[in-house]
Design a binder for this molecule. Structure first.
Ligand SMILES: [Zn+2]
Length: 289
């Protein structure tokens, strides 16, 4: 533990590189821990409540459907896989898409959201109802191991990456998407950053900390890039939070916010295309050997 000079509060070492962390204040009531070496951010909910919503799920079903196609595209950039394992498959919508394309599918999910799983995925997929760290050796072998906005939630991200590596078929790749701590969102919006609305977001990676975590988990070919087409709602949702919209149900429960997302999408996408630092999502692509 490290004593922070200003507040005298102790902070844990960086979970990725073990460097002593410091507190990064986001406003009067909120502070994250920040690693001075790799920039990794840790969130203790007691120290950074950031007016979070009540439930882990704060999406919108309409936006989720639009997002599915974009997410699928982001995952198959290196070619369509014959087998897919998804960490945190939720309702199975993404696995269903791969299943319909002829892939063999499997996944692990502790069912924190308590959602119904797609009937076909349940019938034909090899599903593990538990955290990724508890998946038994040899449970599945996949050309693509995918995790869409999941590694910011798990108890131990390096352990998650290690298990992901163990599920990989020879020549396969892991592709993970996660909010970017080093995008402009947090600097611009502080406590109002939409990524803080989810109370189960307990860390935010930088490109550097994500690469380091993957290397620590045993991956030797690691690439991190930033997506233009993901989390389209983050800017409008952050501004809405600043204005006090949404309350404990989350800002995407507001029709006005959804309309704002649609109206500003061309502007937001244009900015992201021009300025990579505004892209809110990191994509990790990692393989072994
Ligand atoms: Zn670090």
């Amino acid at each position: 533990m490290h004593e922070d000079g200003a507040g005298g509060q102790s902070t844990p070492p960086c979970e990725v590189c073990a460097t002593p962390t410091v507190l990064r204040s986001l406003g009067p009531a909120d502070a994250l821990t920040e690693c001075p070496a790799c920039g990794h951010l840790g969130r203790d909910l007691a120290r950074c409540p950031a007016r979070h919503r009540d439930l882990a799920y704060g999406g919108d079903p309409g936006l989720d459907r639009a997002r599915l196609a974009l997410t699928h595209r982001a995952l198959v950039a290196d070619g369509p896989p014959a087998s897919v394992f998804e960490i945190g498959y939720g309702g199975g919508a993404l696995l269903r898409r791969f299943l319909d394309a002829g892939a063999r599918v499997g996944g692990a999910d502790p069912d924190q959201l308590g959602v119904e799983v797609d009937e076909e995925v349940r019938r034909r997929g090899r599903l593990w109802a538990g955290g990724i760290e508890t998946v038994p050796e040899g449970w599945f072998s996949a050309e693509l191991v995918a995790g869409v906005h999941v590694i910011e939630h798990v108890p131990d991200p390096v352990a998650t990456l290690r298990t992901a590596a163990s599920v990989l078929a020879p020549g396969g790749r892991v592709v993970l998407l996660t909010p970017a701590a080093d995008s402009w969102g947090l600097r611009r919006y502080g406590s109002d950053w939409w990524m803080l609305e989810d109370p189960t977001h307990v860390r935010f990676f930088t490109a550097r900390s994500l690469e380091l975590a993957a290397r620590r988990a045993g991956f030797d070919r690691v690439r991190v890039d930033r997506l233009v087409l993901d989390s389209l709602s983050v800017d409008v949702a952050s501004v809405a939070r600043r204005r006090g919209v949404g309350g404990t149900r989350g800002v995407l429960s507001s029709r006005g916010v959804l309309a704002g997302v649609a109206a500003t999408a061309p502007l937001v996408l244009g900015l992201r295309a021009l300025v990579p630092g505004t892209r809110p999502t990191l994509r990790l692509t990692a393989s072994v050997g």
